[in-house]
Design a protein around this ligand. Structure first.
Ligand SMILES: Cc1cc2nc3c(=O)[nH]c(=O)nc-3n(C[C@H](O)[C@H](O)[C@H](O)COP(=O)(O)OP(=O)(O)OC[C@H]3O[C@@H](n4cnc5c(N)ncnc54)[C@H](O)[C@@H]3O)c2cc1C
Length: 612
């Protein structure tokens, strides 16, 4: 299906040629229509109406889809049978209780920004400096983070010099906040050394919590990259006649002109949906191909095109275009662990009623229920332990702490967020109950994974690498204990949900509280309790959906895949522009960095092509 404006356009020719051009050719092809791609393509098309741009997306359109537009419906995308997410399955690993960790990623136009939890979160400034890449330091990227957004502070006392005020993405509370966020913040400030802070998204603050805004407009609409950067350009009267979408079309590989040195990317091959998987079509790019299929998709396209570790390519019978052993390596995520608690909160303070069908979604939409603009996360903090706490996590953790953290006081270890709903299978909990869950996101994990093709057409071998470093287990243990201690002191606490906690030894003083009785006592953990917690962490840890690093932007001899201008080493006319290029992790949810990469890619491509 091709879409130009609001009407279907002409389909592309079925041909297998790899050199000639035709009237169907375009200037730039984006292989993947996700977050970064929509930003880059939207900026370029808006500034250059005569540039012919084609965005090829494996999934369907997101325009006006209620599950996209209303952030409170995000869980629909992650439900079994969802066709709007891609579910990448990693191989079983002993580090996670022999489980296959599943990593969902965006699988429709707008990518992750169409289906995510819309938590607004920005990196620490030193994160970008740590990428050690000319043009990508904090001083270069922070202005782009501002350029993205129009920040609506509401009554919050935010330093607006640290935020943007004229970008396409509106940041606000979406017109709905829970009342209990004040109880949560009061409990935190009373019971812990952490403070309520005005802004943990100013690129430097750490050590406290804030009332978090979201990627949602003040009238409750999700601010995804497609609705904000692409759809306005495709209206009938919009001045971007040459921006086209090719949806439901999975890119299999990049086509090269091998007569040039280095080989030049001249188009793509793709598989339209509904073709039984057998039909392949091609489309040509006069100027450039940009791979934008996300951190788990982009390395697969590269390898199928002959760009990757030459031994792997040879094993699959793929002629090598460029020997780049770093393709698909260096996989990173943030690990997420959530514990859940029973509460006395009323139904409109959590999303449990919506998730269990006690609230009718159709009626909510018809009534314009403001809760639809909510993501259930009102309070979040960027946190690090005291030195004495780090020491208690054991000598191995403490050695790393001393090396990488102690002298970096602005470096958070985790994000802790309060999620106003149960996180898990609702069949396991009381049906009429309201819950609160506390998630701990480990920000700079030491575990690394990889993804590579397993067959030359569609298969892959994915190792998430989760918890392969024991340091990452200790991070989660610290976060869980701190979260649990806060939860027990919340005024609406009514007990712990047993399935969302470790199985403590029978009779343990640290065991599960079925009600609020005993919640005031300090929790003392024995070595046996810690062993139960570690087992539970390994059996329960999951993804924060923050995949990155698999086509890293660093020197080729260090395993890099792209240079500072996003060019794939050993090729011409081929770039990668999504989170796969991030060489190192960042201290935040990663959506903001995906937007910033999109903005930066637009500037680089415009410069390369001598455009506006
Ligand atoms: C469930 C979920 C919750 C999240 N919550 C948050 C949050 O609250 N805050 C935050 O900051 N971040 C969050 N994130 C992370 C953030 O949204 C993503 O990291 C970011 O959107 C990734 O951007 P990207 O451009 O790298 O890739 P994506 O946006 O994933 O884009 C890749 C696109 O390529 C397409 N594609 C893949 N393979 C092919 C192929 N072969 N051919 C054609 N198309 C292909 C995909 O369908 C997708 O549209 C979340 C992500 C998810 C999935």
């Amino acid at each position: 299906q091709t879409v130009r404006g609001n009407s279907p356009g002409a389909g592309f020719r079925h041909d297998k040629r790899e050199s000639a051009t035709s009237e169907d050719d375009v200037d730039i092809i984006f292989a993947g229509g996700g977050t970064a791609a929509c930003v880059t393509a939207g900026r370029l098309a808006h500034a250059n109406p005569h540039l012919n741009i084609l965005l090829v997306e494996g999934g369907r359109n997101n325009q006006g889809d209620p599950t996209v537009v209303h952030p409170a419906l995000f869980a629909a995308h992650l439900a079994p049978g969802s066709t709007t997410a891609l579910f990448y399955r990693s191989k079983p690993s002993k580090h996670v209780g022999n489980r296959e960790v599943i990593i969902p990623a965006g699988g429709m136009l707008g990518g992750g920004s169409s289906i995510n939890l819309a938590m607004y979160s920005r990196a620490q400034a030193f994160d970008y400096d740590a990428w050690k890449t000319p043009g990508w330091a904090a001083k270069d990227i922070i202005p782009l983070c501002d350029k993205i957004e129009t920040y609506h502070p509401g009554s919050a006392k935010i330093d607006m010099k640290k935020h943007g005020n004229s970008g396409p993405i509106h940041i606000s509370d979406g017109g709905f906040r829970s009342k209990c966020e004040n109880d949560i913040l009061r409990t935190i400030t009373r019971e812990t050394g952490w403070k309520e802070l005005a802004d943990i998204n100013d690129f430097s603050t750490v050590g406290g919590f804030m009332k978090l805004p979201r990627y949602v407009s003040p009238d409750g609409k999700r601010q995804d990259a497609a609705h904000r950067y692409i759809h306005p350009l495709l209206q009938q009267d919009a001045p971007s006649p040459n921006l086209r979408l090719l949806l439901n079309s999975s890119v299999t590989r990049v086509l090269f002109d091998k007569t040039t040195s280095p080989p030049r990317a001249i188009g793509i091959e793709y598989r339209p949906s509904g073709s039984n998987g057998t039909e392949l079509r091609t489309v040509r790019a006069r100027k450039m191909v940009v791979i934008t299929a996300g951190a788990l998709g982009s390395p697969q396209i590269l390898e199928r095109s002959g760009v990757g570790n030459s031994k792997l390519l040879q094993a699959h019978g793929i002629p090598a275009i460029s020997d780049l052993p770093g393709v698909g390596e260096n996989y990173q995520d943030h690990h997420l662990l959530a514990s859940s608690y029973k509460t006395s909160l009323p139904p409109d303070e959590t999303l449990d009623a919506l998730a269990t069908g006690r609230k009718d979604v159709g009626a909510m939409i018809a009534a314009g229920d403001p809760q639809l603009g909510w993501n259930s996360i009102d309070v979040a903090g960027k946190l690090r332990p005291e030195d004495s706490e780090a020491k208690k996590l054991g000598p191995a953790f403490y050695d790393i702490w001393k090396r990488d953290w102690k002298s970096h006081p602005k470096k958070p270890l985790t994000i802790m967020n309060f999620i106003n709903t149960f996180v898990g299978n609702f069949a396991d909990v009381e049906p009429d109950r309201q819950h609160i869950s506390i998630g701990t996101i480990s920000l700079y994990p030491y575990s690394r994974g990889s993804i590579h093709i397993s067959k030359s057409d569609t298969g892959y071998d994915f190792d998430s690498g989760f918890l392969s470093s024991d340091v990452d287990v200790k991070t989660q243990m610290w976060g869980y204990k701190r979260a649990r201690a806060i939860a027990r002191k919340l005024p609406f606490f009514e007990g712990e949900v047993a399935v969302a906690h470790p199985k403590y030894p029978v009779g343990s003083a640290a065991g599960i509280l079925a009600s609020s009785d005993g919640a005031n006592k300090e929790i003392v953990y024995t070595a046996e309790d810690d062993a139960a917690i570690e087992l539970w962490i390994r059996q329960s840890v999951g993804t924060t959906w923050h995949s990155l690093g698999t086509c890293a932007m660093k020197p080729r001899k260090e395993g890099g895949v792209v240079d500072s201008r996003l060019n794939v080493y050993g090729t011409k006319g081929l770039k990668v522009a999504d989170l796969s290029i991030a060489p190192e992790n960042i201290g935040a949810n990663v959506g903001n960095t995906a937007f910033a990469i999109g903005e930066k890619a637009a500037l680089i491509i415009a410069e390369d092509l001598g455009l506006h």
